[in-house]
Ligand binder design. Structure first.
Ligand code: LMR
Length: 400
């Protein structure tokens, strides 16, 4: 009965790793998926994560019972504090409901389905471009997806005017997906002044903010700084949703640990929202896994581990910034034609190089460098040793 099925294409991002794994070349380089690598090109398990896991193993009282539908309650509270700030008025007034979900994707999907069921507007505006999974997540959640202008290829920066025009023209009450920081794939973020203008415009039109926070701590190296745009929207007393992921900032990719918070206007509303979120989650996966959330809770509750985490996070962010500088310098040293300042200006894990699909495919074929076809490279996958190889490849393809 399935014989008529056609072979589905690999995922645009995760498929890059599959292609990379098949390549026998010793010089191959995977700059596709946004996953941190050390200078030696190895995945990194943070020291604090190892310590937290050791604590969990040593605790013989730990059991493996089901978590509640909303997940680990302590993890939820700590996650809300981390993203909204310890002194958040919304937390103080019990206006926030937080549920543990399966990393960023799961949090976005649960939030999307909740909105599709209970929010009066079914259209979500996502930036153009955005993370490839966003349109699929929200379409399958039951929302109708439209885009707003975000990136200007001519400046390799923000198309702020286009963004304001498109959000200004969106129907009253529409949902708007915002990358909290380190926009994926462009690495281009609004300034705080621009965020303030976006906030004013959105609130004046009753647009519902849905933040995707996948890189808290990765953009600036500071957890609080990277959460500022979200906190600006909380400070005005209005509603919002935020999806948090611990994949990148704690390196917990495969543990699938994240959270969805919904900030409401009143505590009783937040309680009813939570009851409805449970109805979304229960038939989807019943309740979330215990291990990753326990690791996060151990780290967030312990001041020493928390401080150690911020240092490790900063070290990862700094290594990425240093990769930006090295790549930029390497292209300059080669006299590679073009303006490459965007490599040092863009923020977070990715550089949106401006290379086109044909150039990407040439670099993969001739230099065994793997990246997404939109020209996005994961700076976190680069090291001092591999920068020259990438610079050679870029130089070759733009002078070809
Ligand atoms: C990425 O954009 O590379 C990451 O968010 C990984 C993923 O799941 O796509």
């Amino acid at each position: 009965v399935f014989a008529h099925l056609v072979q589905a294409p690999e995922d645009a991002i995760l498929g890059v790793t599959i292609a990379y794994n098949k390549d026998p070349s010793p010089i191959k380089l995977n700059l596709g998926v946004g996953a941190y690598r050390t200078e030696e090109g190895k995945p990194l398990v943070l020291n604090v994560v190892r310590k937290a896991e050791q604590q969990l193993i040593n605790d013989r009282s730990r059991i493996k019972e089901y978590l509640p539908i909303v997940g680990l309650v302590e993890f939820n509270k700590l996650s809300a504090k981390l993203i909204l700030g310890a002194d958040s008025p919304a937390i103080r007034e019990n206006r926030v409901t937080t549920v543990e979900c399966l990393s960023g994707t799961g949090s976005l999907r649960v939030g999307g389905e909740f909105l599709a069921r209970h929010y009066h507007q079914k259209t979500i505006y996502i930036p153009q471009p955005t993370w490839g999974n966003h349109p699929k997540i929200f379409t399958l959640a039951g929302l109708s997806v439209k885009t707003y202008r975000y990136y200007d290829p001519s400046t390799r920066g923000l198309n702020f005017q286009g963004l304001l025009e498109d959000l200004g023209a969106a129907p009253q009450g529409s949902i708007v997906l915002l990358h909290a920081c380190a926009h994926n794939p462009t690495g281009v973020d609004p300034t705080l002044e621009q965020w303030e203008q976006i906030r004013k415009l959105m609130r004046s039109k009753g647009l519902m903010p849905f933040f995707d926070s996948a890189y808290q701590g990765f953009a600036s190296g500071s957890l609080d700084t990277d959460a500022k745009p979200i906190r600006m929207f909380v400070a005005d007393g209005g509603e919002l949703l935020v999806a948090q992921s611990y994949a990148k900032n704690m390196g917990l990719y495969g543990e699938r640990v994240g959270a969805l918070s919904i900030v409401c206007k009143a505590a009783d509303v937040a309680g009813r929202v939570e009851s409805q979120l449970k109805l979304v989650i229960r038939p989807m996966y019943s309740n979330p896994p215990i291990h990753g959330a326990s690791i996060v809770a151990v780290i967030l509750r312990d001041r020493n581990l928390f401080n150690e985490w911020t240092l490790e996070l900063k070290a990862m962010a700094d290594r990425i910034i240093s990769m930006r500088k090295q790549l930029f310098e390497a292209l300059r040293a080669r006299g590679t034609p073009g303006d490459w300042t965007h490599i040092i200006k863009q923020i977070g894990m990715f550089t949106f190089t401006g290379l086109n699909p044909a150039q990407v495919s040439y670099m993969t074929k001739e230099y065994h460098i793997y990246m997404t076809s939109d020209g996005r490279i994961s700076m976190a996958g680069l090291s001092s040793k591999t920068v020259p190889h990438l610079a050679d490849a870029i130089h070759a393809v733009v002078t070809k």
